[in-house]
Design a binder for this molecule. Structure first.
Ligand code: FAD
Length: 417
């Protein structure tokens, strides 16, 4: 007589749910993957601008350094299934990968659909039962232990382990509507402050609209926040119609988003971080001496991109048509701080519809880091964005989903007697 297989129910067919289902099945469980959409991985499909930056080909330390919230909680899950393991896993199911700038890993084909195909081949290979259009409404418990789930049509599916892999709140059109937070709350879990992150920031200055679409490279964005903290990073940013985005803007949202909920924050852009104030003054003087009869406005034009130039000239309060031979040292010295600290007042974010990730989630103190099992209800596990974990861009967020999914899957298969 063959022993009855353990049954694991996985709620959510995104990255973390797929990993959880695969590894639970590989560990010997009977696995049912429940996804409310008409297909798996709707969000995965749009990741990396449709190319899916599946992980970051760096070491574990670098991965953890890029995790914004609760990096230490991830240590065990990442040790069991790291970036190299993810790459091997996906390639083993027939989708070759390549590493690009910043160690970002993509499918060689540049199509996220090929990542999904590899994962689906894997799920089929491990005989995971996939149920689409299956929206879970409730997790059943018996004596403080998971007992199954109830679907929205009332169907009950019994199972001794339930993995909640329902994602966060960002891009709700992909199915991530925060259901897992409600399930967790029902089980007495704490949900830490939820907010959109890796999201464009809004700013109050009306001149920003004049620069919409302008991308600045090699600038430094500085935002003091909290009592004595400072976000200060060098790189590329983008002006939107009402604020900033691009790598620097998105990263900043993960760091200062919480503070922005309380009050606007002043920010500064160093437009010429490679030059000291003295070097910048010397450069301006050189431009002035090349054609002393030019107007101030025309003389400084070579220093700035086209759409920023009229804005900064206006903000300088130096009359734009003043001939440069009449521009005083005091004028110049008031202009330079504007270039080194171009001002913005950040007011908020664009919200979940445009956020790459949700910050906050199921409090990790109430979850075992080595199994992802709930400390409130035995047999319930969490994986992916539903947990209070988030990272910067670069493939790190998907790595969190793969590592926690792997960990939860194996532990759930082991626990589901
Ligand atoms: C535009 C965009 C681009 C991104 N690009 C990248 C990138 O290139 N690299 C990277 O590392 N990260 C990227 N991310 C982040 C990454 O996509 C997420 O971190 C990751 O998808 C989280 O996986 P998850 O499985 O936890 O949640 P999700 O992918 O959100 O999956 C959750 C699934 O659960 C299902 N579900 C929810 N509730 C229920 C329910 N009640 N019953 C049944 N099913 C349910 C949902 O339909 C969904 O399919 C990007 C995010 C966005 C929005």
């Amino acid at each position: 007589m063959t022993a009855e297989k353990k049954r694991v129910l996985v709620i959510g067919g995104g990255a973390s749910g797929i990993a959880a289902a695969y590894f639970a099945a590989e560990a010997g469980a009977e696995v049912i993957l429940l996804e409310k959409n008409e297909k798996l991985g709707k969000k995965l499909y749009i990741t990396g601008k449709g190319r899916c930056n599946v992980t970051n080909n760096s070491d574990r330390q670098e991965l953890l350094q890029n995790v914004v919230s609760n990096a230490r909680f991830l240590y065990s899950a990442v040790s069991c299934f790291d970036q190299a393991d993810v790459m091997q896993w996906i390639e083993a199911w027939g989708t070759p990968l390549k590493t690009e700038r910043g160690n970002r890993v993509f499918p060689v084909s540049d199509h996220s659909s090929d990542i999904l195909r590899a994962l689906e081949r894997g799920l089929n290979g491990r005989k995971v039962q996939i149920r689409l259009h299956a929206e879970v409404k409730e997790i059943l418990q018996e004596d403080g232990h998971a007992a199954g789930i109830v679907l929205s049509d009332g169907e009950i599916i019994k199972g001794a382990a339930v993995i909640v892999a329902t994602g966060g709140l960002s891009y709700p059109s992909t199915g991530s509507t925060g259901d897992g937070f409600s399930f967790a709350e029902t089980l007495s879990h704490t949900i830490t402050g939820l907010r959109p992150a890796l999201v464009p920031l809004t700013a109050e200055e009306s001149y920003i609209a004049e620069m919409e679409g302008l991308s600045l490279r090699n600038v430094r964005l500085t935002i003091p926040y909290g009592k004595k903290k400072k976000y200060s990073e060098f790189g590329e940013m983008l002006f939107t119609s009402d604020g900033i985005s691009g790598p620097l803007g998105l990263r900043a949202s993960s760091v200062v988003g919480k503070e922005l909920e309380n009050a606007p924050l002043p920010a500064k852009i160093d437009l010429k971080p490679a030059l000291t104030e003295e070097q910048l003054d010397a450069r301006i003087l050189r431009l002035f001496s090349e054609s002393p009869n030019r107007t101030f406005k025309n003389a400084v034009r070579p220093l700035f991109p086209a759409s920023l130039w009229p804005v900064i000239v206006r903000l300088s309060r130096i009359p734009e048509n003043k001939p440069v031979h009449e521009v005083t040292k005091a004028d110049r010295l008031s202009f330079i701080p504007l270039i080194k600290a171009f001002p913005l007042t950040l007011t908020g974010t664009h919200g979940y519809r445009e956020a790459v990730i949700t910050q906050g989630g199921v409090c990790v103190r109430e979850v075992s880091p080595s199994t992802m099992e709930s400390k409130k209800c035995r047999g319930v596990f969490f994986a992916g964005e539903v947990l209070d974990l988030d990272a910067f861009t670069g493939g790190f967020n998907l790595q969190i989903a793969w590592s926690t999914g792997h960990c939860a899957g194996i532990a759930a298969a082991g626990s589901a007697d």
